[in-house]
Design a protein around this ligand. Structure first.
Ligand SMILES: Cc1cc2nc3c(=O)[nH]c(=O)nc-3n(C[C@H](O)[C@H](O)[C@H](O)COP(=O)(O)O)c2cc1C
Length: 192
């Protein structure tokens, strides 16, 4: 009788331990299934440097958002009210054309979306990008480089270019000297 009791106890103990180890924690499972893309626009290479390090840090795929017509130095002159970037910034409806629409957005759950800050917000080509794909149900986290300005109202200005079921939020401004370690730490706080 005593032996039977001991054996039953041992069996219960084994089943409990096995069940605990056989089931991954929900967080780990989510991470495994979470597919991540780093999509970025960069006119002069600063955001590109950060995007490449971020893609490594997040173990993500990377996609460059390229304008159909590249921005020349004259186009980027913010002191000239008539420069291309100044005109695009002043026109809420401006949607600079993309060089391609090859991003496989449907494959991803999370998109880190990077750009240089232009006049305290995202360049209009980011609106073009968001309006060119279906981001329904996806999470978009913004990151940027700048001369010192924060992300400001970038997310608010971009909301109108996404569907109602897209989660879009300001992430962080990074220096092009940001280390992969710093970026990986940041990713951990975003994708839990
Ligand atoms: C047209 C234009 C407007 C800019 N506006 C701002 C701004 O409002 N605030 C800021 O801190 N930097 C501003 N910058 C500086 C860029 O954000 C910064 O140099 C950025 O790192 C460039 O990134 P890229 O090399 O990836 O294009 C502006 C640059 C340009 C060309």
């Amino acid at each position: 009788m005593k032996v039977k009791k001991i054996l039953l106890g041992l069996l219960t103990w084994c089943v409990t331990i096995f069940t605990a180890y056989a089931q991954p924690t929900p967080n780990k499972q989510n991470n495994k299934e979470m597919k991540t893309l780093v999509a970025y626009f960069s006119a002069t290479g600063t955001t590109k440097t950060v995007a490449q390090k971020l893609a490594n840090a997040a173990n993500a795929d990377i996609y460059e958002i390229r304008p159909q017509t590249a921005y020349s130095a004259a186009d980027l002159n913010w002191q000239d009210k008539n420069s291309r970037s100044s005109r695009e910034n002043a026109d809420e409806k401006a949607r600079p054309a993309l060089a391609d629409k090859n991003a496989k957005i449907a494959d991803y759950d999370v998109v880190f979306l990077g750009f240089p800050i232009w006049w305290y917000r995202a360049p209009k080509i980011i609106n073009t990008f968001l309006e060119s794909y279906d981001f329904s149900g996806k999470t978009i986290i913004l990151f940027a480089t700048s001369g010192g300005s924060p992300l400001g109202k970038s997310a608010d200005y971009l909301k109108g270019s996404c569907s109602a079921t897209t989660i879009i939020k300001n992430g962080k401004i990074f220096s092009n000297h940001a280390s992969e370690k710093e970026l990986a730490e940041w990713v951990k706080t975003i994708i839990k």
